[in-house]
Ligand binder design. Structure first.
Ligand SMILES: N[C@@H](CCC(=O)N[C@@H](CS)C(=O)NCC(=O)O)C(=O)O
Length: 231
């Protein structure tokens, strides 16, 4: 039986994006089950549906023959154990440890960037980005840290992705790429090049294409727009 990955809306769900693009990019077969983010609706079913597969009540959830693994980092480690030959983590032990540091830092941090610039793949918000960049020192600090860790990783690996071949780290930072682009935050050429390469990786490009087709307005995830972009 194929693995099932339970996710949220592709336009908004940054945590769901991580394991999905990793599995898609590395050719790990899975079935997708998408639960709509309908938190605000009086007859909301998201929490009911996700609660039936995971006690944590959040997406993503990987379901392997009825066994649920929740939390994006735990999912990545589970996949690494199941598919050790796919290159989910770099082969070199020190590079692998460093890659895990970067994923852990993403998983636990960058709260200013995450809260002020929620992922919204369809939206183009350069004026919001410009204002946030001016007003939010913490956002500037988060981006500076990301730029410096990416520059170091790329210098050590030689690229094209953060640790050479596409790995869990690129998948973990794919939503950051969407934020840097969507809010047009001012970053270096090195960072922009890395954003473009990650966004163009076939697994990531598929997620982006699906997100752009979604056209599903979720008001709770739209702090900056009054109405959807024209299809
Ligand atoms: N640490 C979790 C975070 C998961 C998460 O916050 N998912 C969001 C969607 S992107 C969610 O399910 N939110 C529903 C809620 O908070 O009720 C992970 O890495 O998977």
């Amino acid at each position: 039986m194929a693995l099932q990955l339970v996710i949220g809306n592709k336009n908004y769900s940054s945590w769901s994006m991580r394991p999905w693009v990793l599995m898609a990019q590395l050719g790990i077969p899975f079935d997708e089950r998408k639960l709509r983010f309908d938190f605000g609706a009086p007859d909301a079913v998201f929490h009911q549906q996700v609660g039936a597969v995971s006690p944590a009540g959040r997406v993503p959830v990987l379901v392997d023959e009825g066994f649920a693994v929740w939390d994006s980092l735990a999912i990545v480690e589970y996949l690494h154990e199941r598919y050790p030959e796919r290159g989910i983590w770099p082969a070199d032990p020190k590079a692998r440890a460093r890659a895990r540091c970067l994923c852990a830092e993403m998983h636990a941090g960058f709260s200013a960037l995450r809260s002020h610039c929620p992922m919204n793949i369809e939206a183009h918000l350069p004026e919001v980005g410009e204002r946030l960049w001016r007003e939010q020192e913490a956002v500037r600090r988060d981006v500076a840290r990301i730029e410096s860790m990416w520059a170091e990783a790329l210098a050590a690996s030689g690229g094209p992705y953060l640790f050479g071949a596409f790995s869990a780290v690129d998948a973990f930072y794919a939503p950051v790429c969407m934020r840097l682009r969507g809010y047009a935050l001012p970053v270096s050429g090195t960072t922009r090049g890395c954003v473009d390469r990650i966004a163009a990786a076939p697994g990531v490009a598929r997620w982006i294409a699906d997100a752009l087709q979604e056209h599903d307005w979720v008001a709770e995830d739209e702090p900056y727009r009054q109405r959807p972009a024209k299809p």
